[in-house]
Design a protein around this ligand. Structure first.
Ligand code: PLP
Length: 450
């Protein structure tokens, strides 16, 4: 699906083939999410090569499409799940229990009930608890399986304050309390297997020092936990099996950044991997990482058609059929996404003056805005783009991560379709919702009520 540069460390929006994307919209309509599974594989292999000894879990919430989960499972990834729904998707994608980690953040009772049920059939699954309360609630349900503790290292990183989770009190047990919480859990019969922390999303090469400090704290904590677990074992005189005496893994989370802007460099994986290994130090436990965005961001684009062009007071507005309900990152995080006019680029001799579709297309500052009644519903403001015309197809780049996953039905707007590419093949992976889908749950409630 790209013209060149298949296995470069980053795929830019300009690398996608404009004519082929246009054909997909001819077949499946607009707006349309397109995800290239081969690119997902490339991203996985590059990261796995940089962390040869690590266990890699894919953070499902970045893009939970079944095709993505199956592809990453085939590559050898485990799956980190944020909800019962994600665990269900993981199991449906063929993951064995041992490949599934469920990270419980203030877990609803319904989730815990579901997980403990699933644990009956999949006793190898791992639950990561973020508070002593969650451990109690698991015990109440009879769970004494594999337990990992999420700790709050007191350090946050990331591209926006809303995704800097490391220091937010919401996440994890304060690191200084972790040893006693885990010792207590081990004494109650839980199979204590790991410690975990996730400092946030968007970690970049210039934040390596923060990363080093964070991993070093986790390494230190792992040594303390191991010591406490061993001491607790010898006290109770229990058999010093692996499960009861040592942590199996130290999970340093995800947050591997990807460049969204043209002038941003891709993450230097080798230096992140070196810094991680070095900072972790001598710990008798496997390193686990759980990237989400890194595998899928540049594997996806959102295609959207221009339906309105108008001169505003200070800017030209290109109105499109996708909006903040389709891709919320610009509205929610002020996130930058590249935008490209595929109609202009797909035109024969595009770039040559006097050619058909590109004819007379000056580059002018434009605001690309969606159909939602919110002023935040814009993909870019005053961005230099070829002058849009009604019917043009635009591509919004780096839409593979936290794109469809965060899509919603605000303004009673159905969610778009998703197509996956796999080599020469393309197929519908999730159908477009209809207005009927949007109103169904209410209609069904009326049926139950009446
Ligand atoms: C969101 C999340 C990740 C993945 O973050 P990315 O920035 O997509 O790599 C990993 N672990 C946990 C616990 C998360 O919540």
């Amino acid at each position: 699906m790209t013209d060149a540069a298949a296995s470069l460390p980053v795929r830019r929006l300009s690398n996608w083939n404009a004519a082929e994307l246009q054909m997909l919209v001819d077949d499946y309509g607009s707006p349309l999410y397109v995800l290239d599974l081969e690119r997902v594989r490339e991203n996985y292999r590059r990261l796995a090569a940089a962390f040869p000894d690590a266990e890699i879990l894919y953070a499902v919430k970045a893009n939970a499409l079944g095709d993505v989960l199956a592809t990453l499972r085939e590559e050898g990834a485990g799956l980190e799940c944020a909800s019962a729904g994600e665990v269900q998707r993981a199991l449906e994608a063929g993951a064995s229990g041992s490949a599934v980690h469920y990270t419980a953040v203030n877990p609803p009772a319904r989730d815990l009930d579901w997980i403990v049920d699933a644990w009956d059939d999949h006793p190898e699954l791992t639950v990561t608890a973020g508070s002593a309360d969650t451990i109690d609630r698991l015990a109440d349900r009879g769970y004494d399986g594999r337990l990992c503790l999420r700790v709050n290292p007191g350090i946050g990183a990331g591209h926006h304050e809303k995704v800097q989770t490391g220091a937010a009190a919401k996440f994890g047990v304060p690191a200084e309390r972790a040893v006693s919480v885990l010792k207590d859990a081990a004494d109650r019969g839980f199979d204590v297997v790991g410690i975990h922390a996730h400092v946030g999303s968007g970690v970049s090469s210039d934040q390596l020092d923060d990363h080093r400090e964070f991993v070093a704290r986790l390494g230190e904590l792992a040594r303390d936990v191991n010591e406490a677990l061993r001491a607790s074992n010898s006290q109770t005189g229990s058999e010093a099996t692996r499960e009861t005496s040592e942590l199996e893994f130290v999970d340093v989370g995800g947050g591997f950044g990807v460049p969204y802007r043209k002038d941003e460099e891709p993450l230097d994986l080798a230096s992140v991997a070196d810094a991680t290994r070095e900072a972790l130090g001598e710990v008798d436990a496997r390193l686990t990482i759980e990237p989400g965005r890194y595998f899928v961001a540049d594997a996806g684009v959102l295609l959207t058609e221009v339906n309105t062009v108008k001169e505003g007071r200070d800017t030209v507005v290109a109105g499109v059929d996708a909006g903040m309900t389709t891709l919320i990152r610009p509205a929610m995080y002020d996130a930058y996404h590249p935008v490209r006019n595929l109609t202009v680029d797909a035109a024969p001799d595009s770039g040559t003056a006097g050619s058909s579709a590109a004819e007379g297309r000056e580059t002018i500052p434009q605001t690309v805005a969606g159909p939602i009644c919110e002023s935040g519903d814009v993909f870019c403001s005053d961005r230099d783009l070829p002058a849009s015309e009604r019917g043009d197809l635009l591509a919004i780049g780096n839409a593979g991560a936290y794109g469809y996953e965060m899509a919603n039905q605000y303004n009673s707007r159905p969610r778009p379709a998703s197509v996956v590419l796999d080599g020469e093949d393309s197929r519908l992976s999730r159908r477009r919702e209809t207005v009927d889908d949007v109103t169904r749950v209410e209609r069904e409630a009326r049926t139950v009520r009446d």
